[in-house]
Design a protein around this ligand. Structure first.
Ligand SMILES: Cc1cc2nc3c(=O)[nH]c(=O)nc-3n(C[C@H](O)[C@H](O)[C@H](O)COP(=O)(O)OP(=O)(O)OC[C@H]3O[C@@H](n4cnc5c(N)ncnc54)[C@H](O)[C@@H]3O)c2cc1C
Length: 474
């Protein structure tokens, strides 16, 4: 495995999972971070089903699930009155729940995995300048206070919201802010509150959300519309108890605050996720409001989506044009996620009285419709993502029974076949699974190395043509 072709900047969820995913596909990389070591702040907690599938493919989902708390249901209240509840059993995955696990623990699990594979993060190493020349990228970094030149064939900026890779390479980053302000805290609670469910309480003073962690509870509190607290960044235990009693229910008592922070709602998206030999992934490419629970998940899935393409190109198994697919596929997904969560944020935190009434009435009714409930659950779980009509294939493919992926495929190209295939003119790098498709009209289904369906076909000729057209040969 060549170590110097790919440089990852940023050793947090996106960069660490990219390093691991590249190794999974048989390619090593160099990974640097300006910090002196891993952070120990809580930050993200929500891990969705598609991210768990990706972690499963990379071989470390068991410790994640064991460390985290499984959430099976969400309850929506108007102050203390229950409006409706929805369970997550409709998520189309073996992980049909939402897991909560603090980001620092997720990063530590990723670091442990990399350690086992002898991949070491170079801490205290910051990018200062970056230049994409024809067949390589030249960087100047400060390493332990000293200036150092690094050359790589490909650079991936996983360096977060304030990405230097993005700014120095002149990608545009458009941000849109909303006025709503939130305080977020990890707290110890006494009282009657279920450990398997999220509670969301709407009130005229703002929305409030409780999510259980293994030992603690995460609480999100909108403060911008609450006269007493609209200008504060930190709340005391008694402030929190006062807000909960006023806006939600009595009988809950916060007894300790382990961590807290504040944030405003925003949505940001880079104009491109790839320019020449430089890629952006995670928060460097798209930034979500912390309460959406999508930033870390989308970053890990960017890493998974990019890794197999980059591995193919580095191993000379495909032409470098394959990498343009990352930009079109992942930017499209990030854009959709931002639009959807932006809409949900506006509904959840509206301070218009009429819209508040409409919202409370709406959630009371709409979640009773199973099909709508399941659609929302699969959208939050990101199990509804589909790449079948991406530019990898110039034809319109039919989506059978909403099946978009085959998570059991953890590596390489896989051909599922209705019948026994006797012909052997398929490329050698494709694994065949006989008698393994019963949900479509067509005889063959080709699965990509990231588990997503590439195409349906009726003949092996169509499958071989797919690889020829896309110049994939390994
Ligand atoms: C309070 C809070 C709650 C959240 N809750 C959720 C949630 O429940 N679920 C969810 O999915 N998301 C959530 N998020 C968002 C999530 O935390 C981010 O999306 C995630 O951290 C992005 O990870 P990343 O690896 O892309 O970048 P980051 O975590 O931002 O890390 C970037 C890294 O790059 C390094 N770096 C920066 N510049 C340089 C440079 N020039 N040279 C070298 N290294 C550099 C930094 O040191 C840092 O380590 C939350 C965020 C917050 C703040």
């Amino acid at each position: 495995m060549n170590n110097n072709e790919i440089l990852i900047v940023g050793a947090t969820p996106t960069g660490l999972s990219l390093a691991l995913a590249l190794h999974h596909h048989g390619v090593n990389c160099r990974i640097i971070d300006g910090n002196s070591g891993p952070a120990n702040t809580s930050k993200a907690i929500f891990v969705n089903a598609r991210t768990l599938e990706v972690c499963d493919a990379m071989g470390f989902v068991e410790p994640m699930v064991a460390l985290g708390q499984q959430i099976k249901e969400i309850k929506l209240y108007s102050e203390d009155k229950l409006l409706n509840h929805a369970d997550f059993s409709g998520i189309e995955s073996k992980f049909n729940f939402l897991l909560t696990l603090p980001q620092a623990q997720i990063e530590q699990l990723l670091l442990d995995q990399l350690h086992q594979k002898n991949i070491v993060v170079e801490w205290n190493t910051s990018v200062q300048s970056i230049q994409d020349v024809e067949d390589k990228v030249n960087l100047v970094c400060t390493q332990q206070g000293k200036s150092q030149q690094i050359t790589a064939k490909w650079v991936v900026g996983c360096d977060g919201y304030n990405s230097q890779v993005r700014d120095l390479s002149q990608f545009e980053y458009q941000c849109y802010s909303l006025p709503q302000k939130f305080v977020v805290a990890d707290v110890e609670i006494e009282g009657n509150i279920n450990k398997n469910e999220i509670s969301v309480a709407f009130s005229s003073k703002g929305v409030l959300l409780f999510a259980p962690l293994k030992k603690l509870f995460r609480v999100f509190i909108e403060v911008s519309n609450d006269g007493h607290f609209c200008n504060v960044d930190q709340l005391t235990i008694s402030d929190l108890n006062c807000i909960i009693q006023e806006r939600f229910k009595s009988g809950l008592n916060i007894v300790a605050i382990n961590w807290q922070s504040s944030f405003k709602l925003h949505e940001c998206l880079a104009d491109k996720f790839k320019k020449g030999r430089i890629f952006l992934a995670g928060d460097a490419a798209h930034s979500h409001s912390p309460g959406d629970g999508q930033g870390l998940n989308t970053g890990i899935q960017d890493a998974w989506g990019l890794s197999w393409m980059l591995a193919h190109v580095v191993k000379n198994q495909a032409n470098k044009e394959l990498l343009d697919l990352y930009n079109s596929e992942r930017r499209g997904i990030a854009n959709n996620i931002l639009k959807r969560s932006g809409g949900l944020n506006k509904i959840a935190s509206t301070n218009n009285k009429f819209l508040q009434l409409l919202r409370n009435f709406g959630v009371g009714g709409i979640l009773n419709i199973e099909i709508v409930r399941n659609k929302i659950a699969n959208s939050v779980a990101q199990t509804d993502i589909c790449y079948m009509n991406s530019s990898l294939l110039n034809s319109n493919q039919v989506l059978y029974q909403n099946k978009n992926r085959h998570p059991e495929n953890k590596n390489g190209w896989l051909l599922l076949s209705k019948d026994i295939i006797t012909e052997s003119d398929l490329p050698k790098f494709v694994t065949i699974e006989q008698n393994s498709i019963n949900w479509s009209d067509q005889a063959l289904c080709l699965i990509r190395p990231d588990g997503y369906i590439a195409m349906y076909a009726d003949s092996l000729f169509e499958v071989t043509s797919f690889f020829l057209e896309n110049q994939i040969h390994g």
